[in-house]
Design a protein around this ligand. Structure first.
Ligand SMILES: Nc1ncnc2c1ncn2[C@@H]1O[C@H](COP(=O)(O)OP(=O)(O)O)[C@@H](O)[C@H]1O
Ligand SMILES: Nc1ccn([C@H]2C[C@H](O)[C@@H](COP(=O)(O)OP(=O)(O)O)O2)c(=O)n1
Length: 227
């Protein structure tokens, strides 16, 4: 089974997808972390992020280690543990430059699909990002577009970040980044077959409940048709 969760920044994709995977005993893939790891590596190598060829070459050369354990996110880049480093505001501020590089996208989508395929014999995977239902895993059994209004997303991100974050920094991390990311992925309206869940007034547990119920229904559907 593949469950795709797409949506804008701060809508709750990572926490929800981890919770669903834990509850259903599935693997979990944070595709945003793959874009963050390439950003980290490109900066580490002193590359100009506007040099799309050089950045794409770095993405292709990068030895990326990605854990799919929903309880223990762990990422390595060329052998260095970058689990914490890829969450740094410096990476958040630059990652859209990497995510809008179409050659980088092609390389990372290839790797994401390999991870999804490898998870199938174990029961399946919850995959979250911006283009999962529309590009990476169009055959997903369940496709969710997770949304929340901008004020809720800003408030959630504010609560997560260190004290002293300015309104401008928050705006950059949510509104500006979504606008840039939306130039290469469609995550603001639901694709065909996707269910929209607006989490503005739902708790995290409530969103997880809804997705787990939809997953059970999706899993049962083909069997119903066969009988
Ligand atoms: N339904 C919800 N209600 C309130 N807070 C939430 C909800 N879903 C997620 N959060 C919180 O909002 C923050 C951002 O969630 P996250 O999963 O990182 O979003 P995304 O992956 O979409 O950027 C986290 O601190 C998370 O705990
Ligand atoms: N499938 C994906 C996943 C993420 N991205 C881009 C969009 C984001 O700016 C970065 C980082 O994604 P991430 O999900 O970590 O971002 P959040 O801070 O959780 O909103 O990567 C993408 O273009 N396609």
């Amino acid at each position: 089974m593949i469950i795709a969760v797409d949506g804008p920044s701060g809508s709750g994709k990572s926490s929800t997808a981890r919770g669903v995977a834990t509850r259903l005993g599935l693997r979990y893939l944070d595709t945003g972390a793959t874009y963050r790891a390439v950003t980290w590596s490109a900066l580490e190598h002193g590359l100009d992020l506007d040099d799309t060829e050089a950045v794409a070459a770095r993405a292709r050369a990068l030895d990326l280690g990605i854990s799919t354990d929903p309880q223990r996110g762990h990422f390595t880049a060329d052998g260095t543990d970058v689990t914490e480093a890829i969450r740094d505001p410096r990476i958040s501020a630059s990652v859209s430059k990497i995510a809008t590089n179409l050659e980088v996208r092609a390389e990372l989508i290839r790797r994401q699909r390999a991870i999804i395929d490898a998870a199938q014999p174990t029961g399946g995977i919850v995959v979250e990002g911006r283009d999962i239902a529309t590009v990476v895993a169009t055959d997903a059994e369940l496709k969710v577009l997770l949304t929340a209004d901008t004020d809720a997303r800003l408030a959630r991100r504010k609560a997560e970040l260190a004290e002293g974050v300015t309104a401008e920094q928050l705006h950059d991390q949510i509104v500006r980044r979504d606008a840039d990311d939306a130039t290469v992925s469609e995550f603001q309206v639901a694709s065909d077959g996707a269910v929209t869940i607006d989490s503005t007034h739902l708790s995290l547990e409530e969103v997880i409940d809804v997705i787990c119920r939809l997953a059970k229904e999706a899993e049962a559907a083909p069997r119903d048709q066969e009988s």
